[in-house]
Design a protein around this ligand. Structure first.
Ligand code: ACO
Length: 335
């Protein structure tokens, strides 16, 4: 789709340094080869150099030799990163011995490279569970100023122009915060609207989803979404944010008019905010698998530097796309 081409072309202009900690994983290596060939990013692969070389030969890859390669057991900045880790985590009781052990873990090396200014972003998760990718990132890189909660958005490329922005929907949180408070949900809504602006270049119309539209049901879960809507509107009065509303009221013009007359969002939402991670994660996987909709992400929002987590079921092109998005996020954050 055009949007992904645009994102890749933008990435090529920025020349950002992206670290891939799973440097010996097959799809990651193949993606690195494509990224380097297309000039989408400068790549660092973390992994045993001999193994990377022989796997590259096995897969017929010609570009991975141009990557910066870090052997996690033997690299020159190991001591420096251990000291940085102790400094950052001493209030949590981190000792030098523990730090020296952690700086052999590629997922810690990746985020320490970013913190130390040696890389601009990271993509991982092809073979590590989300929690293991996120924990070092949340501990070391932390959130951007003014934001306390990290969340994960997906671009849904529905190819159905009647929905969202000519078929594009941006949805969150599908990846990080299991049960956000109303305050956190409001932050997630505003962060997702910014992702829609920065990555997709669209003017967001944000629907705060629930099983109720404008008071049609009474429940504490609905109350949370009503409160989050008010807080998000107060946080970003310039944005079109409305709720609570059901998914059909958000997406289908006739239903939106009927259930929420006069709303600037109902019937034409292009950003959907789910009330909890259960809803978000299950929903995106259902539309992806059953309806065959391309889901790009998760794009992590709210972190002080872009670190993105892959699904372990990802394809090579998922990795290439997410690296291109990460480059654009890094460029947006450095502006
Ligand atoms: N935003 C910002 N910071 C956070 C967040 C958040 N959402 N969650 C935790 N943190 C910070 C904490 O403040 C803490 O910082 P500190 O150590 O400096 O005080 C640090 O992260 C670790 O916090 P814990 O509460 O110990 O974190 P935990 O080990 O519970 O892990 C995690 C946090 C990994 C995000 C957890 O909530 C999680 O696993 N979430 C679900 C992820 C998931 O499995 N998603 C579904 C799959 S994704 C997919 O399908 C695409």
């Amino acid at each position: 789709m055009e949007l992904l081409k645009l994102i890749k072309n933008n990435a090529i202009k920025h020349k950002k340094r992206i670290v891939l900690p799973e440097g010996t994983e097959e799809r990651t290596l193949k993606a690195a080869d494509e990224i380097i060939r297309e000039g989408i990013a400068q790549i660092t692969l973390i992994g045993n150099p001999q193994e990377i070389k022989s796997l590259s030969e096995k897969y017929g890859l010609t570009q991975t030799g141009k990557a910066n390669i870090i052997d996690p057991l033997n690299y020159e900045k190991k001591e420096e990163y251990a000291d940085l880790l102790v400094e950052l985590r001493k209030s949590k009781g981190m000792t030098k011995e523990e730090a020296l052990n952690l700086v052999t873990n590629p997922l810690y090396i990746g985020v320490l490279m970013i913190k130390n200014g040696d890389a601009d972003g990271e993509v991982a998760g092809a073979m590590n569970a989300t929690g293991n990718v996120l924990r070092p990132a949340l501990q070391i890189v932390k959130t951007e100023p003014g934001i306390s909660v990290v969340s994960g958005a997906f671009l849904l490329l529905t190819e159905k122009p009647e929905f969202g922005e000519d078929g594009l929907l941006i949805v969150a949180d599908c990846a990080v915060s299991p049960n956000p408070t109303a305050e956190e949900l409001a932050q997630i809504a505003v962060a997702t609207a910014r992702t829609a602006q920065n990555i997709a270049g669209i003017e967001p119309r944000v629907a705060m989803l629930s099983f109720s539209t404008k008071g049609s049901a009474k429940n504490e879960m609905v109350d949370k979404v009503v409160k989050a809507t008010q807080l998000a509107q107060a946080m970003a009065p310039e944005l079109a944010i409305d709720g609570e509303m059901q998914a059909d009221a958000a997406l289908v013009e006739s239903v939106g008019k009927l259930k929420s007359p006069g709303s600037k969002v109902a019937g034409k939402a292009n950003v959907l905010i789910f009330p909890s991670l259960e809803v978000g994660n299950i929903s995106y996987k259902l539309v992806q698998r059953i309806a065959g909709i391309e889901a790009v992400g998760p794009i992590l929002q709210g972190m002080a530097a872009p670190i993105n987590d892959l699904s372990r079921g990802c394809t090579v092109s998922d990795i290439v796309n997410l690296v291109a998005i990460t480059v654009n996020q890094a460029a947006g954050l450095s502006k």
